[in-house]
Structures are given as C-alpha cells and as structure tokens.
Design a protein around this ligand. Sequence first.
Ligand code: MG
Length: 312
Amino acid sequence: MKKHSYRAVEAFRGADKTIRIVGHRGARGVFPENTMIGFKSTIEMGINLLEFDVVLCADGVPVITHNHALHVPTFKHVGGDFIDHEPKVLDLTWSQLQCFEVGRLDSSTQYGQRFPDQLQFAGIKVPKLDELLGHVANLSENNVYLMLEIKSDPNHVNNDIFRKKLVSEVTKRVRHFDLINQTLLHSFDWRILEECKSSAPDFPTSFLTQINHNPADVGEDSSLSVGPNIKNYGDHIPDKVFEKGGSLWCPNVQDITPTGLKRAKNLGLVTAVWTVNTVEEIDRMIEYGVDAIVTDYPGRVQQRLAVNGYNW
Ligand code: MG
C-alpha cells in the first residue's frame, strides 16, 4: 500500500501526540479571509499550513477568493458601501476586481455575525495567487505549506476545456515559484483532481468530501453539487480516495467517523478535517486522532491541543 511520498503531504500528517493545524482561508475567525494580510499574519502567528481558494477571473488570472461570484457580506466598493449584487469573478478582469475591497465584514449580515472577532482593514484587495506564492517563496525557510483549493464552477463542471485551463493556469503559477514541494492540490470536484493527476502528476492531490450540507455554514456557497455522489460509500470514502490516487482525505467535521479514519490511516492517507471551530468539535477530533484540523481559529485549536498534551 506504500505510495509515492510527497514532502507537502508529510507536512500535514500527524504523529503520536501531534495534530497539525491548518489555517482556513488564512485564519478567518481572526483576519479577513483569503487576503494577503490574513495569510502573512497567520504565518507570523506560527501557523505554517494554509488553506485558501482559487478561481479564475475573466483574463485568466488565478485569484484567491472563495465564491464564484463576489460575496455581498465581504465585498465593498473601494472607499464606499458593501456591494448589493454579486457579479461573477469569471466575468470581471483583474483590473475590474481592483474596484472592490475585502478587508471588512458587513455585520448586518448573518455571515458577518459569525466572525465577531475578525480584525477589520481598509484598502485590502482580492490577491492574485501569485502574491501568496511569491510571499511564501521568499520566506527564509521553506516550511510553509499550501492547501490550494481549486474551486469548481458549477456552471462549468462538465466543461473539459475549462477544467484543463483552470488546472493548467494554477499549476503553472506554482511551478513558476518552485513551490511544488510545498503545495497540495485540493478540491471537492474529483474530476479536477483527476485532471491534476493526469496533467500534473508531480503534485499530490487532496480530496474534499461532504455528505450533507452543514447547517453551521450560514451564508456560504456550498460545493456539494460539484463533487461525486458519495452518500452510499459510508465508511469506504477513503478507499475511493485511495483508488483515485489521492494523498489526503478531507471530510467535513460532521461526517468523520472513527471507522472511516482508521480505514484512511490503514491506506496511508492523511486525514485533514474541516472546518473545526467549536471546542466540542476540536476535542472530538483530538479524541479520534485525526492528522490535521482545518480551522478558522488556530489559537483555539492550539489551546485545546496543549490542554490535552498534544503538539501541533
Ligand atoms: Mg476552501
């Protein structure tokens, strides 16, 4: 069962009394999500595993933002109000995207109310993938690892040409910055991951799964529609990930079971669970012994790990 060993995969693998912490969208509970100030600050806080989301804009530039359309609770007109409609990122050029700021949350929205402790900034723009890659490549140590989520547009999920272009643009940028050894290609869309395996086999792949919508995800775009139907796989989802050549299995926190986790471990997969934010969920993941916890609150996870005698 031993598979090719990737350095980026091993960075996410836990060990005895060690569970890794992955900052979700940087560290969304603390800093504005998917922003350079968030990523830089999270790295400076000592969190060296980062999850973030990549989509293409109209001129083919990979940018870091979660939704396929601008998100009303997090996008403002530069120097003005929060937006009131949501154009698609794919319909905006890079320079048109510069007309929006993403450093604040609209606290009148349910989504905004979920992150009352998030720092707020003026003048923050959607970053290009290149900005984060350049920052990580220029750090003095090669010890920051990227869980790079390739978002699959539900409108293009069956478009082979679009899928190839998306994977090609993303992997080209990572190669340019010589960060293959520090990057996982991560997606809900297993066809995207198949494309990664075929066109960029030197990258490890990370398979996101979610069986049902999580009611905690208020105000979020769901990616349920772009993944395979896994409802009947039960605790055998890791076997499917292994068959597809995956290195990581990333189940939603409401789906992970001790049996599924054991199967994944026996297959040599790394299991990174998302998005684990409450103390109850964090403690349950520690009890199960997952490899990595993807969280909006890295400090909260550190404290629960410390109390339980774990390192990260
Ligand atoms: Mg993501």
